[in-house]
Ligand binder design. Structure first.
Ligand code: SF4
Length: 381
């Protein structure tokens, strides 16, 4: 372990606007002075977001199918084709979920699913074009790189053709799911899904056809510091090339009901989570937005993350099925999420999928005040 003195020159370079090297990144990981790293990350966060605004989105995760033809040992969600408890949502079910989301002030949906062996490009085009026709202003943030790679295998089309066709059908942006650890030394041990290069190539193609996307990192699946450093370096390099990533989101492996969880008996600590977040804020100098993963870390650590580099509280998450199947059971409605942000010393602000501010007619606080006023009037009468 390095002491605080060792990492201070690195932090000073980051604060002076200099780019950190992979060796710097390793040294920060090896240091036990995570608080000092967090303070530097907080300072960089303030420079990007000087108004102390913390954003959040109202959306839901719709998982259109749990049928999946690959195996990820960290996943508790998927079912093999032909298993008894598989499902594919009907268009009516998807629309009902979107209607509920809109009623709650939602602006979009994050839709992803397993890698279905029978779904070619036409299935996805039909889904998107039907939803886009019915909800023209509702944002469709759908299909992570493994799903796009699966379409490529089934329909024999290159990534750019697939993504241009999906964009024409109504796709707005891509979630960064399936990134986990972008290093094949780790990926090949825990999953048979797309490789590191394939994940990056899908994102490169998405950015080339004009779609934005998020980038993710899931730690705790047998990764070492060197793998996380390579992961961050690969993301930074692609962002230099395309500037297509809107945000970085890291979380930790949730082990309940997973094959990997039965083998790995420990989960990354809260400190380990905060370290990765703050190091990423310093190392990924070409990313603007960093999410707090309160869904996996809990609301209290989610608040702490706002002082370790995060400027976004993620989603109200009206529905989530994947990490909750693996043991993440944290929930919050919009009013609760706004209260958590306010209590942590920030101003809550709703955003859309592209991180643009959304201003609804009434915030939950104004609604509550109006309800209170009505109650007082009724009582007075
Ligand atoms: S993580 Fe995704 S690709 Fe992997 S098994 Fe689960 S549903 Fe399939």
């Amino acid at each position: 372990m390095n002491n605080a003195k060792d990492i201070q020159p690195i932090l000073d370079r980051a604060l002076a606007g200099m780019r950190l090297t992979a060796d710097d990144c390793t040294a920060l990981y090896e240091s036990d002075d995570f608080v000092r790293t967090g303070l530097a990350a907080d300072e960089i966060r303030k420079r990007h977001h000087p108004e102390d605004v913390v954003t959040y989105i109202i959306d839901r995760n719709i998982n259109y199918t749990n049928v999946c033809n690959v195996v990820c040992t960290f996943c508790a969600f998927y079912r093999r084709p032909g298993a008894k408890d598989t499902y594919v949502l009907s268009m009516d079910e998807v629309c009902r979920k979107i209607d509920e989301t809109i009623e709650l002030g939602g602006t979009g949906v994050l839709m992803q699913g397993g890698l279905h062996p029978d779904f070619g490009i036409e299935w996805y085009e039909e889904l998107l074009s039907t939803l886009h026709a019915r909800y023209p202003n509702f944002q469709l943030h759908c299909f992570s790189p493994p799903e796009i790679h699966n379409i490529h295998l089934i329909s024999k089309l290159d990534y750019e053709t697939i993504l241009a066709r999906l964009k024409a059908a109504g796709l707005n942006s891509l979630p960064g799911g399936g990134g986990e650890i972008l290093d094949d030394e780790v990926r090949k041990r825990v999953s048979t899904k797309c490789t590191t290069d394939e994940w990056l190539d899908v994102m490169r193609a998405a950015h080339r056809v004009g779609l934005r996307s998020t980038a993710t990192l899931m730690s705790g699946i047998g990764d070492q510091i060197k793998h996380r450093v390579r992961h961050l370096a690969r993301l930074r390099s692609l962002q230099d090339e395309t500037n297509g990533f809107t945000a970085f989101i890291n979380w930790t492996f949730q082990r309940e009901n997973t094959a990997l969880g039965r083998r790995i008996k420990t989960e990354p600590t809260g400190i380990d989570y905060l370290k990765t977040l703050s190091i990423a804020r310093l190392f990924l100098d070409n990313f603007v937005n960093f999410q707090s993963s309160w869904l996996t870390q809990g609301l209290k650590l989610g608040q702490v993350a706002l002082r370790f580099g995060a400027n976004d509280m993620g989603s109200v998450m009206i529905e989530e099925n994947v990490v909750s199947a693996a043991g993440a059971h944290n929930t919050a409605n919009e009013a609760e999420l706004r209260r958590q942000i306010t209590d942590a010393g920030f101003r809550p602000q709703q955003r859309d999928i592209l991180y643009r501010h959304v201003n609804r007619e009434q915030t939950p606080e104004e609604n509550n005040t109006n309800e209170m006023r009505e109650m007082i009037e009724v009582t007075a009468n």
